[in-house]
Ligand binder design. Structure first.
Ligand code: UD1
Length: 440
């Protein structure tokens, strides 16, 4: 798919303050969860990004009446007229998060006939944890062509052990369990902040949920859930991306809405690089002042509170010009290094060994044409473009738009020279394309 490109010039030190939007990974599942209720719910701080618009379309398709005030970031969803439990493959294929409608449909109707989900090209991303645990809750699931036909008379509570704390599987089981008969226990559950934001919404609906250490979610099924009003949590991945962009360019930024406890390991690693970070006394508000002599750091991705896989790519971009060698280990997804090959095209020294990327800092990167394979790869390539000499053209811009609400405008506000070019058909050579061999 070619929906245009981002043109990125070498940037001066980015400086300033920006507002953060609501978390994409929270809002997608929270919109899906509204199908658990029949009535009008209101969500605030909803980002206007392509994946969010796709989830809105999915609910409309089911019969929800939706009004999105994009200026105010306020989404009103009336699910009173939702009567369908069928979502076509075409709609399901638009995002990975579409699979999250299954738990809500099963809880409300006892049926979910859905296509298989789409999503980023970051590994196999199977849905076996979702399917086998729905089955444990009494759901019979038949798979035909690219569709799943799931049906249950009455969801029964179960003791569910996740072999890996999958975010999506935890969320789907959680939603189904809110209406199951009895008490469901999800052991080794994902406890990402976005899962906790979903739990906050479900509790507002009237669900009975308790989170216990270590990583166990206990849900007592109830007969009825009611509509809610909720303010979506800030996007820690947008916050992390902005901190990294500013750090890469040697600048300074203050994010007043960001809570440090949701970014602890990321802040630790940025500090280890030499960047100076201060946090407000209540843990809110992050100020970063970049060092001009960044040191390479090694890190390993993992479930929260580990280093988020979604910030692995942008953090790799920072390592490209740091002094020393960084070993980056990806443990969440088995195939999430596409951006490394694109960074190599810009002059980065990166060696891939199975799930490890070994990055040795070089003196400079140069602008060229690169292609983003997923949302966070696009962030990495934009950051690399800002520290490269010359012009960088980033293709695969639909990924950027899926994950962010006009992040390029926030970067512009901080001083970046970046522009988004929408085009279905590209005419002539792209900027940066002839510069592949150029030296600064
Ligand atoms: C969510 C996030 C995504 C983030 C990821 C990990 C949303 C919309 N997306 O994706 O941004 O990168 O969490 O933090 O919230 N797995 C299985 N079987 C399953 C389910 C998952 O093997 O049934 C594997 C996946 O292939 C992957 C790992 O578990 O290797 C983690 O995936 P999961 O946590 O489920 O990610 P998502 O919910 O898809």
């Amino acid at each position: 798919m070619n929906n245009g490109y981002l043109k990125v010039e070498h940037a001066q030190a980015l400086t300033g303050q920006v507002e953060l939007v609501g978390a994409k990974n929270a809002v997608l599942v929270i919109i899906a969860s509204l199908v658990l209720t029949a009535g009008k719910s209101v969500l605030h701080n909803v980002p206007v990004s392509a994946d969010v618009l796709e989830m809105i379309e999915l609910l409309r398709h089911l019969g929800a009446v939706i009004f999105f005030d994009t200026e105010k970031h306020m989404l009103t969803v009336d699910t009173s007229l939702v009567r369908s439990w069928t979502v076509s493959s075409t709609i399901m294929q638009k995002t990975r998060a579409s699979i999250l409608i299954m738990g809500a449909l099963l809880a409300r109707f006892g049926k979910a006939h859905v296509g298989l989900p789409g999503g980023d090209a970051i590994g196999k991303r199977p849905i076996d944890y979702h399917v086998k645990n729905f089955a444990k809750m009494g759901v019979s699931i038949r798979s035909e062509a690219d569709c799943l036909y799931a049906e249950v008379d009455m969801l029964s509570a179960a003791r569910i052990i996740l072999e890996y704390p999958s975010v999506g599987a935890t969320e789907n089981i959680l939603m189904a369990a809110t209406r199951a008969h009895g008490v469901t226990k999800i052991i080794n559950a994902a406890c990402e902040p976005e899962v906790l934001d979903l739990i906050a919404v479900l509790q507002k609906m009237g669900a009975r949920i308790v989170v216990e250490t270590p990583a166990t979610i206990i849900v007592e099924g109830v007969d009825f859930l009611h509509p809610v009003e909720h303010h979506i949590m800030f996007d820690r991945l947008e916050a992390g991306s902005l901190l990294m962009a500013v750090a890469a360019t040697g600048g300074e930024i203050y994010l007043s809405q960001a809570s440090a406890d949701l970014l602890d390991v990321v802040l630790l690693k940025l500090e280890e690089m030499g960047h100076s970070i201060t946090v407000g006394s209540d843990g809110k508000g992050i100020h970063l002042k970049a060092t001009s002599t960044p040191q390479a750091v090694s890190f390993k991705t993992g479930p929260f509170p580990g280093f988020p896989t979604d910030l692995q790519a942008p953090m790799m971009a920072l390592q490209c010009l740091a002094t020393g060698t960084s070993i980056i280990e990806e443990t969440v997804f088995e195939n999430r290094f596409h951006h490394a090959y694109e960074l190599q095209k810009m002059g980065a020294s990166i060696k891939i060994e199975y799930n490890k990327a070994i990055v040795t800092g070089v003196e400079y990167l140069y602008g060229t044409q690169v292609s983003a394979s997923d949302i966070r790869a696009s962030t990495a390539l934009v950051i690399a473009g800002m520290i490269a000499h010359g012009t960088t053209t980033v293709l695969g811009v639909h990924h950027w738009k899926r994950g962010y609400e006009a992040l390029e405008k926030k970067l512009q506000h901080l001083g970046a020279v970046i522009s988004l070019h929408e085009a279905d058909v590209l005419h002539g050579p792209l900027p940066g394309i002839q510069k592949e061999q150029a030296t600064p």
